[in-house]
Design a protein around this ligand. Structure first.
Ligand code: UDP
Length: 327
């Protein structure tokens, strides 16, 4: 058995990673503190309840499972919260990751796949966001992820820890088989909140800001299907296991959608009205985040298959109507 330690394996993206790793012949070992993750989402391999702020719990997982690699998803990831509780974000994301990275080195596990974010770039006007774009985050979430990228680079120099860093754009959609999907409590992300508004689970979707410098005044994001995102992770893992060098890859499709365009597309896909309210800007939000890189396609051979907006909304809608977790 070839084990891969998946931190945050009980969360939205991590659970999809576990499914894909199992399909690719690996055993995904979920390491999760279940603060935001779900036990019901751990379906594809063993589960370890542990916290990245507790080094002994991480060491025990490495000792028991001897993973060949780490996929590190566990993090707090809400831009808005990171602006009001920066200490929580720095401690949880940066200290937790440092503990994990040190434990990996101590256990001689030298392959590390890391979930970073386009939020590390910050707000750039008319700049194509590729992996060489200067990282100037405007929120504590992005800053915490940039710090972890720096730690990984230092640990490669000092300890030979090889890493693949993926800078995600906006992740949406769900497993087409309906085994896992997006389920946060409380929910903060655009697509699930919009689907809640469509089927009456909340009164309306609030658009955060209609006065941005974009054609329709709302923020623009680059959405990628969670299954496509995870395909890239399996390619990245094999890249490291094949002995290739550490590398950073953007994961986005290169197409931007405004909040209003996502709403319009949802109306078409679900054939239902989307009740909306126009609200104020959310602190920390960038105006536009769209990938301008083809590196993942060129070097990893990554080819997104489900990342059209209609497909992402339709997969999310199916999951939204049928799937959820109880614990
Ligand atoms: N957004 C919104 N209303 C909501 C949630 C999100 O208008 O209730 C907007 C948000 O301002 C951003 C986009 O939708 O422009 C995506 O936000 P999300 O929180 O899903 O992801 P993020 O971009 O923060 O990673």
């Amino acid at each position: 058995m070839v084990n891969v330690l998946v931190t945050g394996g009980a969360g939205y993206i991590g659970s999809h990673a576990c499914k894909a790793l199992a399909a690719a012949g690996f055993t995904p070992v979920t390491f999760d503190n279940f603060v935001t993750g779900w036990r019901d989402a751990v379906k594809f391999g063993p589960m370890v309840e542990g916290d990245l702020l507790n080094r002994a719990e991480i060491d025990a997982a490495f000792a028991e499972y001897k993973p060949v690699a780490v996929m590190h998803f566990a993090a707090l990831s809400q831009v808005g919260d990171s602006m009001t509780q920066p200490g929580l974000y720095w401690r949880n994301n940066v200290q937790g990751s440092l503990n994990l990275i040190e434990a990996a080195v101590a256990a001689n596990c030298k392959n590390f796949v890391f979930s970073s974010t386009c939020a590390t770039y910050g707000d750039h006007d008319n700049v194509v966001l590729d992996e060489d774009t200067v990282q100037l985050p405007i929120n504590a979430y992005g800053a915490s992820k940039r710090a972890i990228e720096d730690i990984l680079r230092d640990f490669e120099v000092a300890h030979g820890l090889k890493n693949v860093i993926f800078r995600y754009f906006n992740v949406a959609g769900a497993d087409p088989d309906g085994e896992v999907g997006e389920f946060h409590q409380p929910e903060t992300h655009l697509v699930p909140l919009m689907l809640d508004a469509i089927d009456g689970k909340r009164d309306a979707l609030t658009i955060f800001g209609t006065d941005y410098d974009t054609p329709d005044g709302t923020c623009i994001r680059d959405y990628v299907h969670v299954c496509d995102l995870i395909d890239a992770h399996v390619l990245g893992l094999n890249w490291l296991l094949d002995g290739k060098p550490s590398r950073v890859f953007n994961l986005g499709t290169g197409t931007g959608f405004s909040v209003r365009e996502v709403i319009d597309r949802s109306r078409e896909v679900t054939n239902r009205a989307v009740p909306i309210k126009e609200g104020v800007r959310r602190p920390g939000d960038c105006t536009k985040l769209v990938s301008g890189s083809t590196r993942a396609a060129a070097e990893l051979g990554w080819a997104p298959k489900r990342s059209t907006m209609s497909q992402m909304i339709s997969d999310a809608w199916r999951w939204h109507q049928t799937g959820h977790y109880n614990s």
